[in-house]
Design a protein around this ligand. Structure first.
Ligand SMILES: Cc1cc2nc3c(=O)[nH]c(=O)nc-3n(C[C@H](O)[C@H](O)[C@H](O)COP(=O)(O)OP(=O)(O)OC[C@H]3O[C@@H](n4cnc5c(N)ncnc54)[C@H](O)[C@@H]3O)c2cc1C
Length: 496
């Protein structure tokens, strides 16, 4: 059999996480790596989500890499095409093209304890790697609920992250299922074109005003010619969000003032008291992601829009049926129903030292050491792993902290001459017990809602209950005491 290709590092995914990993690896002098991407282009979230109105909801000057400032952001909250274009430019500017392998979905990654390396089977062939970085994305596999009769629906059905651009919306009867972050961007974008728009809402979101505006020429010039002004802007945006964390994680009652702003935002746009009541959440703001929009409520008040406050339960021919028994005939159903977060498909594909998959290992809930490494999965590094999600700030900050850790991890391997490091179960447990203790009083756990932050057992395995600065400190360097050092397949502790 021909010898398999071997790499020092294999990276899964080419979104912010995978591309950032590539940049960091090169900066660390590691050039023997490959980025495996199932699609045919980079961009991750920002390649897949090209629905009408898609934009970031954290200001662009913060929602970008610190090492790749972009003076040219067109808006304070830039749209998907600009973010995607930014990632293409990062790919070129940092020399990542030669490392990219498209159409290479990772079907399985199995740790070989004897050889102390990962064996990868991909859609484009097999390879081995000493270290595996999974940046497969926390929100990259769309979830469509299992609705009886959906398979026989004669019209168009698609998920927000797989927009059907061949579907001509004009004059059509469209059902938008879900009222999350994507749906509230889609609704105002398609309402003027749709004949009738039915918004199927299970739980209303809290919606705050969106401070979006064009970035003017003076600002662009300043940021382009005096980089310190860009840094200062980014720093300020960051600081404001760091201060907000206190309310999210320590004193949810402080969120009441924010609720008042959201309520008056709703009052201004929705004059009909019955509709306003339907759109008023009954849980603490922040419990689910706070959404930002100036045109969502106005779109709901239009005569061609209707809000149905009952879950979709069945599809009968071209009729959607909701739990309250009402029926509506539609031409298309758009699902804004989120992603496989707690049950991410990559979990079924990564097989650890004892032959169990990550999903099996996590059957009682996702858990990792510092959100990055998992006991029994040596040399596996997760980008945006368990409990690293944010409710109010830029995920790029968390990604960059993780990259610091990954860089130190690789240096530690070199320095110690180890083949691999395996997180000690006790270290993973202590880290997560401390996290869960803090989680109890956060707004996500105590705010009176259910959300994708929580798993089936009600445990919050996705959000980070602290500031981004705290996470940066926690991931500055690898603490060797938290790991078993593997030189062969047997832990050093065991006397080898
Ligand atoms: C619509 C939308 C808007 C968002 N807006 C914001 C925002 O404003 N601010 C914010 O902080 N966060 C936002 N997020 C969260 C966003 O997901 C993260 O900020 C960030 O983009 C995640 O980057 P990533 O590289 O980890 O994952 P992704 O961007 O999801 O990239 C993962 C990549 O891995 C690839 N992949 C997955 N599985 C495999 C496999 N088995 N083999 C090979 N390749 C694979 C995917 O194709 C994809 O390219 C948003 C998310 C969505 C969906």
């Amino acid at each position: 059999m021909a010898e398999r290709e071997h790499k020092r590092v294999a990276v899964i995914g080419s979104g912010f996480g995978g591309l950032g990993s590539g940049v960091r690896l090169r900066r660390e002098g590691v050039t023997d790596f490959v980025i495996l991407e199932r699609a045919d282009a980079v961009g991750g979230t920002w390649r897949d989500n090209d629905y009408p109105g898609c934009a970031c909801d954290v200001p662009s000057h913060l929602y970008s890499f610190s090492f790749a400032p972009n003076a040219g952001w067109p808006r304070t909250f830039s749209g998907q095409p600009h973010i995607r274009d930014y990632l293409e430019r990062v790919t070129d500017a940092f020399g990542l093209r030669p490392h990219l392998r498209f159409d290479s979905e990772v079907q399985q990654a199995r740790w070989n304890p004897e050889a102390a390396h990962w064996e990868l089977r991909t859609a484009s062939g097999e390879l081995t790697a000493d270290v595996l970085i999974s940046a497969a994305g926390p929100l990259s596999d769309p979830k469509i609920p299992d609705i009886p009769g959906l398979a026989d629906f004669p019209g168009r059905v698609f998920h927000s992250s797989r927009w059907d651009h061949d579907f001509d919306l004009d004059g059509k009867r469209v059902a938008m299922v879900g009222t999350g972050a994507s749906a509230i961007q889609i609704v105002p974008s398609i309402q003027p074109r749709a004949g009738r728009l039915t918004v199927v809402q299970r739980t209303p979101p809290w919606v705050m005003p969106r401070m979006d505006r064009g970035v003017n020429a003076v600002e662009k010039w300043l940021h382009g010619t005096i980089p310190a002004t860009h840094q200062a802007r980014r720093g300020l945006l960051w600081l404001i969000r760091e201060f907000q964390v206190g309310a999210f994680v320590k004193r949810p009652q402080l969120m009441k003032a924010t609720e008042q702003i959201a309520k008056s935002h709703l009052r201004r746009a929705i004059k009909d008291p019955a509709l306003r009541a339907e759109l008023t959440p009954d849980y603490t703001i922040g419990c689910k992601r706070i959404l930002l929009s100036n045109d969502y409520y106005p779109a709901l008040a239009q005569p061609n829009t209707e809000v149905v406050t009952s879950a979709l339960t069945e599809v009968r021919g071209s009729t959607i049926v909701t739990a309250d028994g009402t029926e509506r005939e539609v031409d298309a159903i758009v699902f804004g129903t989120g992603f496989h977060v707690q049950d991410m498909p990559i979990g079924d594909r990564v097989v650890g030292a004892d032959g169990r998959t990550l999903a099996e290992h996590w059957k009682d809930g996702m858990a990792a050491l510092r959100g990055i490494t998992v006991d029994g999965f040596p040399n596996l590094l997760l980008v945006i792993g368990p409990n690293t999600g944010l409710g109010n700030s830029s995920m790029i900050l968390m990604i960059e902290s993780t990259l610091n850790y990954i860089a130190d991890y690789l240096r530690t391997l070199d320095r110690t001459g180890a083949a691999a490091l395996d997180a000690r179960p006790q270290a993973v447990r202590s880290w997560n017990e401390a996290l869960q203790r803090r989680m109890g009083r956060t707004v996500w756990n105590s705010g009176g809602c259910t959300s994708w932050y929580l798993d089936a057992a009600g445990r919050n395995t996705t959000a980070w209950p602290g500031t981004t600065a705290e996470f940066r400190r926690a991931t500055r360097q690898v603490r060797l005491a938290e790991y078993d050092v593997l030189r062969t397949s047997v832990p050093e502790e065991a006397g080898v």
